[in-house]
Design a protein around this ligand. Structure first.
Ligand code: DI6
Ligand code: FE
Length: 409
């Protein structure tokens, strides 16, 4: 019998200040004079340095953090990171007065990214996406959600999800893959949205689910996209396949998308600019996370902000994400996103920080694995050159990351 001779791979970060983000702690769970121990990629101790268990393994490596702050690795829980091309020319049109809806109606918008994406190979999609991913990794992001939705046919949606999966092999990051086939009606089926939903529910979604390419299912419920009735058909198919759902809801108008998401026990309802109180109450009851996307609000110069006061009143967990996409949020900084959430939506510093850690993990159904510093979770850490966590929200365009640890390394 082979007896393993190698000692467990144990590391301790000491002389640190921790913002654990743990549930049941006040605010962001600050521990001064803290230490963190990982063994084989999992946290086995998080607490005061004076309580640090003595070394159980001769191979323990010690890292002196010199008083730096440690947070959980950041979680970007809503991105369309994998796509080809960009829409800088549409940005120029908007600067001359065209609206996002007008550009979409004239065949631009999502459909213009679809054209570039359909002609790109998987390798080209990966090459185009890596600089965006690296920008996020460079800010301490260790878990990311990536949606399909710029293919809108089986082969291209598969290629997008495979590229997203491949990114997690090329870089040290966890990728949650979301199928967003219900993003727009593809041009070859223009005017036949119901027929497209039929194709999506009968063929695309079941096939890609069987290929293990889907972690959750999303849709775009909006007058320029799909009706609540069409989204319900997508959600019913997802449920029959055992997949959780999420929804782009109430971004540009109030179609009660958030309520629809809550009815289907969605992991998250995203955007929510036009959600009313009854929808927000429904989110609270279903435990659905509200994902706020201040980058899209900023870039589209929207004027109606999500009702953060009602989200607080009803205790809906709030996450914050980049919505990284070529049309409405060409944003690859989660730090800047937090600043935008604070400045535009008046989120507090603690709400912003919890929004890119614990609550973002919940939005991915991963709150048992990531998003806080607690024994038993993955050893995903971000170590910062800051005096206080508020600096992570306060600065614009400045990155104080000292180092990033993924699974203990
Ligand atoms: N809502 C958005 O803001 C993005 N997708 C969505 O469903 C826009 C995507 C794009 O314009 O390319
Ligand atoms: Fe989005």
């Amino acid at each position: 019998m082979n007896v393993p001779t190698q000692q467990p791979n144990e590391r301790v970060w000491r002389n640190a200040r921790l913002a654990t983000m743990a549930r049941g702690t006040a605010g962001i769970g600050i521990i001064e004079n803290g230490a963190v121990v990982s063994r084989d990629g999992t946290l086995v101790f998080v607490g005061s340095e004076k309580d640090l268990p003595s070394c159980t393994h001769s191979e323990r490596e010690e890292i002196d953090c010199e008083g730096r702050w440690i947070t959980p690795g950041l979680v970007d829980c809503h991105t369309h990171l994998v796509h080809a091309g960009n829409r800088a020319h549409e940005f120029e049109l908007r600067l001359r007065g065209a609206t996002y809806q007008e550009i979409a109606a004239a065949g631009g918008g999502i459909i213009s990214t679809l054209r570039s994406t359909r002609t790109a190979s998987k390798e080209q999609l990966i090459d185009a996406s890596l600089p965006r991913l690296d920008a996020l990794i460079g800010e301490g992001v260790t878990t990311i959600e990536i949606k399909s939705g710029y293919g809108l046919d089986l082969a291209t949606e598969r290629r997008l999800l495979e590229a997203a999966q491949e990114l997690s092999r090329i870089r040290p990051i966890h990728v949650h893959k979301t199928f967003l086939g219900a993003h727009a009606v593809p041009p070859e089926m223009a005017g036949r949205a119901d027929a497209y939903i039929e194709l999506l529910t009968q063929e695309m979604l079941p096939t890609l689910a069987a290929e293990n390419l889907i972690d959750s299912v999303d849709g775009f419920c909006e007058h320029i996209a799909f009706t609540p009735a069409q989204i319900e058909r997508v959600f019913a198919t997802a449920a029959s396949l055992g997949l959780r759902v999420r929804l782009h809801a109430d971004q540009l108008s109030n179609l009660a998308g958030a309520r629809l998401a809550a009815t289907h026990h969605a992991l998250s309802a995203d955007h929510l600019e036009f959600s009313d109180e009854s929808s927000i109450q429904a989110l609270a009851l279903s435990g659905t996370v509200a994902v706020l996307l201040p980058g899209a609000y900023y870039f589209l110069r929207e004027r109606t902000a999500p009702r953060v006061d009602l989200l607080r009143l009803h205790h809906v967990p709030i996450a914050v994400a980049t919505d990284c996409n070529p049309g409405t949020s060409p944003l690859t900084s989660l730090l800047l996103t937090m600043n935008m959430a604070a400045t535009q939506f008046r989120l507090t510093v603690d709400e912003c920080l919890l929004g890119v850690t614990r609550h973002a993990a919940s939005a991915l159904g991963m709150d048992n694995a990531v998003g806080t510093l607690e024994a038993g979770k993955r050893a995903d850490l971000a170590i910062w050159n800051i005096e206080h966590p508020a600096e992570l929200v306060y600065r614009m365009g400045f990155n104080p990351l000292h180092s990033r640890i993924w699974r203990g390394r």
